[in-house]
Write a protein that binds this ligand. Structure first.
Ligand code: NDP
Length: 327
């Protein structure tokens, strides 16, 4: 069926400015790490993207290696774009990344100029795009000089392959260093993509102040701790869940967090929210956080995430209770 987006798609989403840039992002963005690969049902992926776009989620986050197999999430996205969204390209922010292992040999991993530029050219082909909106260096490279990696990002912007650049999983000092090098080249560091959720608070502190001081935007990945911070595992491990299917979330992680998850679930109920909504609100309470980057295996999970926007504030008692549950 021909797709025609909802006319009221921008009415209920919150858009936040990305740091001190001109770009605004939806408070909820959709990521393609899991559930959009060649192994997943195309029509389910397509339905999720349509649902997201119809509700103002106009930012889609990819990477060269998302799948499985690696590269296939970008292919899926490219097919969805071609079928449904060609006239809506200018209403979307599309991001991709390189930095983890993608192809064999010395040129398919980490942060060399050779890898990053070749990888983005491959990503553009897979998605059928002339440019992406944001290109990230996906993780720090302990061996390549930061000047080379940032020089590659600068070249990527100046050659028209990306409008903006960002970094992911860099700590506070290396974020400051990357920001300074990019600035000296005339290319702003638009955004940082760290992991952040109630079980991983490493953003708070030094990194948070570097982002704040320099006006760098922030999009937090795995805000639901891959599903731990939802009602998914309250009664065991469902056979279609990430913990049952993916090596990235183990049964041990589920079991060892369960008693805290149950206590957080009680707090969510008192706030009139689902646990997933409490978890997203917890991220969005930080003024530095522009957007939460969720994953979803089904459309209803995106719907749940949007419900979080109804209540983003916390009392100091609630925050103290969260700290004591997590302690
Ligand atoms: P989340 O923490 O949002 O976890 C998503 C998973 O949680 C879903 O796949 C689903 O699991 C479960 N879930 C989501 N909503 C609900 C709900 N309402 N009720 C019950 N279960 C729910 O994020 P991800 O770990 O998927 O990461 C999100 C994105 O962040 C990625 O797609 C990617 O774009 C980015 N990312 C970036 C990284 C980086 O290094 N820069 C690293 C990791 C992620 P189930 O499959 O069991 O249904």
């Amino acid at each position: 069926m021909t797709y025609s987006p909802a006319s009221n798609r921008y009415d209920s989403m919150i858009y936040r400015r990305c740091g001190k840039s001109g770009l605004k992002l939806p408070a909820v963005s959709l990521g393609f790490w899991h559930n959009f690969g060649g192994v997943d049902l195309f029509e389910n992926s397509r339905e999720k993207v349509r649902y997201a776009f119809d509700h103002g989620v106009c930012h889609f986050d990819l990477a060269n290696n998302y799948g499985p197999p690696a590269g296939s999430a970008e292919e899926t996205f490219g097919q969805i774009l071609k079928k449904d969204f060609l006239s809506y390209r200018d209403e979307m922010t599309i991001s991709t990344k390189a930095g983890w292992g993608m192809w064999p040999g010395p040129y398919g991993d980490f942060g060399s100029r050779k890898y990053l530029i070749a990888s983005l050219d491959q990503s553009l082909k897979r998605m059928g795009l002339d440019y992406v909106d944001i290109f990230y260096h996906h993780r720090p490279d302990p061996e390549t000089p930061l000047e080379e990696t940032m020089g590659a990002l600068d070249h990527i912007v100046k050659s028209g392959r990306a409008l903006y650049v960002g970094i992911s999983s860099y700590d506070g000092p290396s974020t400051q260093a990357a920001y300074d090098i990019l600035k000296s080249m005339g290319t702003p560091c638009l955004i940082h993509q760290p992991q952040y959720h109630m079980f991983n608070r490493s953003l708070e502190g030094n990194l948070q102040s570097v982002l704040n001081k320099n006006g760098i935007g922030c999009i937090t990945f795995s805000p639901l701790a891959q599903g731990l911070l939802t009602d998914r595992y309250l009664n065991g491990i469902p056979s279609d869940s990430r913990a049952a299917k993916s090596p990235f979330l183990t049964k041990d992680q589920v079991e060892s967090s369960l008693s805290k998850v149950k206590q957080l679930n009680e707090l969510a109920k008192k706030r009139g929210q689902k646990l997933s909504q409490l978890a997203l609100a917890f991220n969005l309470r930080l003024p530095e956080v522009t957007s939460v980057l969720i994953g979803a295996s089904r459309t209803e999970q995106i719907q749940d995430a949007l419900g979080a926007l109804q209540n983003l504030s916390f009392t100091s008692e609630e925050l103290q209770l969260i700290d004591s549950i997590l302690a």
